[in-house]
Design a protein around this ligand. Structure first.
Ligand code: NAD
Length: 489
């Protein structure tokens, strides 16, 4: 492993608030620190938006709305296409920031840059495909025209685990649809979103288009900033990605003016391995589904449900794959597992492992905190985890793979669905009939069949049950930012 020095955050990076096309300090003059999770060291100071700054950002978005709505779809499309090109050209810069503030290995940060940029390209292509319908009413006496119009100013609240992709997955369809945005990035990772917003602002400014369509207000007090916006009639849409607990609170807040909402919330993904699976493929998929971002993804495989006849072989192969992982700062050449986001995340993962062990689980690998400066946890494999252990019932959000066995397909489905969450499930089987039964019966918004990765900007991402409302990506993603108007003619 070759250590690499932590690249400094470039001095050119804007760390103020972006409001109405202008970079400015927060009204209070306050700032907050952004930390490198691989060392705990501060890497930047960012303007700390006050509730008044949040309201100013919404006012700017609202002011920009008429002009943006009237901007031809082709022009909105070309803006987004140019933004995609510029992000792609600056991949190394984006990846460096993602690793610096979020901790993931550089290779994963580059992949996030490509994935995040792809939402912008995809929605640049959708901007010109917003359609409506006209038909003769069944009675024949009149016509029915259905139009889709931009919802209006949208508040986008994003999590820290994919600071570029979660921002682009919301901002790109909003802008494509003709909606201005106010982005409230996660406090741990505002830097990547600020760079993204600057790229969008530049492209708009060069074309003399309204720069107020993109506003960014990082804050250390998200509830205080958000609360007045939820009751402000200028806000027409809330799109949130984060924990189910915070999402529930925001839904309650949004109910007051019956805001359009999209909610991408937590998960508890089952990863099913049937007796007829190709076990080597299943382990390859498991590593992707479990270990991306050190297990800190909403689509992370949370419970490995394995047929009893292949559980030992699967556990051995998985443990062998875990042995190949290299834990360290994302900057180090060869690192495959970076730090967790904060010390509290390490404590929480450790407590989940201790709970499983207390209830009789066996630690096959890991279960320790490595002797490193930052916020690390050793990749862990657990066997014999009972269904009521926290590792089975809660979102782990760390590099821990609990293995549970099942006897037959019915039990596998029952265990898979025994959770209030329903974001994604994974299943490895070579039986086509079973694959279709799973597709119809697994309670999840997405299913990876013999694949450990489902996310794709061209496909509808989202959950059912307590995992959320609405879809991001695909043809559906832009619908979240469009209202339907029916005209009887
Ligand atoms: P979080 O809910 O703590 O925070 C998410 C965002 O909400 C952040 O920007 C945060 O500052 C803001 N926030 C926190 N409290 C708020 C409040 N009271 N009012 C307004 N905003 C508030 O979640 P997190 O820790 O950043 O992210 C991890 C969670 O996100 C996990 O549960 C994960 O499953 C989920 N997630 C879901 C998806 C998905 O697409 N379904 C994607 C990524 C992450």
């Amino acid at each position: 492993m070759v250590p690499v020095e932590l690249a400094p955050v470039p001095p050119s990076l804007r760390t103020d608030l972006l409001i109405g096309g202008t970079w400015r300090p927060s009204g209070s003059g306050r700032t907050f620190e952004v930390l490198d999770p691989a060392s705990g060291a501060p890497i930047a100071e960012v303007a700390d938006a006050s509730p008044e700054d949040g309201t100013a950002a919404l006012a700017a978005a609202h002011d920009a709305w008429p002009a943006w709505r009237a901007t031809p779809p082709r022009v909105r499309s070309e803006v987004l296409r140019e933004v995609w090109e510029r992000i792609t050209a600056r991949t190394e810069e984006f990846a460096a920031l993602i690793t610096a503030e979020g901790g993931k290995p550089l290779s994963e940060a580059r992949a996030e840059t490509a994935y995040g940029a792809e939402f912008v390209r995809w929605f640049s292509e959708q901007a010109v495909r917003i359609t409506g319908t006209v038909r003769t009413a069944p009675g024949g006496a009149n016509r029915q025209m259905v139009l889709h119009r931009p919802v209006g100013p949208a508040l986008l609240i994003t999590p820290w685990n994919f600071p570029l992709a979660m921002a682009t997955r919301k901002a790109a369809p909003a802008l494509a649809a003709g909606c201005p945005v106010v982005i409230k990035p996660a406090g741990y990772t505002p830097l990547t979103t600020l760079l993204f917003a600057e790229v969008v602002r530049e492209v708009l400014a060069e074309r003399d288009l309204p720069t107020g369509v993109i506003n960014v207000v990082p804050t250390s007090e998200p509830a205080a900033l958000t609360e007045p916006l939820l009751t402000d009639p200028r806000l027409r849409k809330l799109s949130f990605t984060g924990s189910t607990e915070v999402g529930r609170g925001l839904l309650r807040g949004a109910a007051r003016q019956v805001l359009r909402t999209s909610m991408e919330l937590g998960g508890n993904a089952p990863f099913l391995v049937f007796e007829d699976a190709d076990l080597d493929d299943a382990v390859t998929g498991a590593m992707v589904a479990k270990m991306r971002n050190s297990g800190q993804t909403c689509v992370a495989a949370n419970r490995f449900l394995v047929h009893a006849s292949v559980a030992e072989a699967f556990a051995e192969k998985l443990a062998a794959a875990f042995d190949e992982l290299v834990v360290g700062p994302g900057w180090h050449e060869g690192t495959t597992v970076g730090p967790l986001i904060r010390p509290s995340a390490v404590d929480s993962v450790d407590a989940v492992v201790a709970d499983a062990v207390d209830r009789g689980a066996r630690v096959v690998r890991g279960g320790t905190r490595p002797d490193l400066a930052g916020y690390f946890y050793t990749p862990t494999v657990l066997r014999g985890v009972p269904a009521d252990a926290r590792a089975s019932t809660e979102e782990i959000f760390g590099p821990v793979a609990p293995i549970v066995t099942f006897a037959d397909e019915d039990e596998a489905l029952r265990l898979a669905n025994a959770t209030p969450f329903g974001l994604v499930a994974y299943a490895y089987t070579r039986d086509v009939g079973r694959a279709f039964r799973l597709a119809e019966q697994v309670e999840a918004g997405m299913l990876g069949l013999n694949r450990g990765l489902v996310s794709d900007p061209s496909a509808p991402f989202g959950g059912i049950k307590a995992s959320g409302l609405g879809r991001e990506g695909g043809e559906q993603g832009i619908e979240e930012y469009l209202d339907t108007t029916y005209v009887a003619i």
